[in-house]
Design a protein around this ligand. Sequence first.
Ligand code: NAP
Length: 237
Amino acid sequence: MTESRTILITGASRGIGATIARRLLATDTEVIGVGRDFSEWETAPKNFTPVELDLADIEGLPHRLGEIARAHPDIDGLILNAGYGRFGSLEEFSYRQIQEMVDVNLIQHIFVARAFIPRIKKQGFGDLVVIGSEAALSGGPKGAVYSACKFALRGLTQSLRQECAASGMRVSLINPGMVKTGFFQDLDFAPGEAPENHIRPEDIAEAVVMIIQAHPGTVFDEINLSPLKKVVDFSKK
Ligand code: NAP
């Protein structure tokens, strides 16, 4: 495995993805970040290429992903992270909202993997890290569509792990509980403010670095993280 890596991160504009990006930039890594709005980044640091792309535009995605792949033929890692939460009873979702959720939280991930995996396999080494959720492990009330997507991502990673191993490509899934990010901005709940009530995005970034820097023959299949004490704050309601 080469020392210097080029890693594409979806949802790198904010939250967990931005924290992973900054952490990887602190190592000898070139980062291609995908998102719709990079205004939080002010000036892009050295080795960081922001790519503005709406991953909900499923129809246009193969073309745009092809362009990115041609512009960055040395990508040897993918962090599939972009996503959003919407919670409620199934009947509270319009059909359009369901489609949009599944497009952004599931389909686009499969498309990004489809676009880059063939090249990575050819290189003979590389990493795919998917940011799942505790919702990938058990469903709960008001989380049907979100959980359906995250469960599916778990199936995706389990299959790809077996499919890609012969080509030296490792596939990992990280399942966090509540992480303190803008994820909760438009939701009526959030993790508790106390340090033991939420995971920090930095902790996810450390897990990613551990996965990527592991001995090439070692695969972290799944990493589950949870707050020490789960406290959900519904006072935003
Ligand atoms: P966040 O702070 O809201 O960040 C979400 C990221 O996804 C942003 O960079 C956003 O970029 C990107 N994104 C969303 N829709 C997009 C679209 N249509 N096209 C391109 N990029 C899009 O949330 P986060 O907490 O970092 O969440 C990141 C991932 O972690 C998600 O998959 C989420 O399900 C998962 N997760 C979060 C938690 C939590 O408690 N926070 C727990 C478990 C799992 P733009 O807005 O710039 O497009």
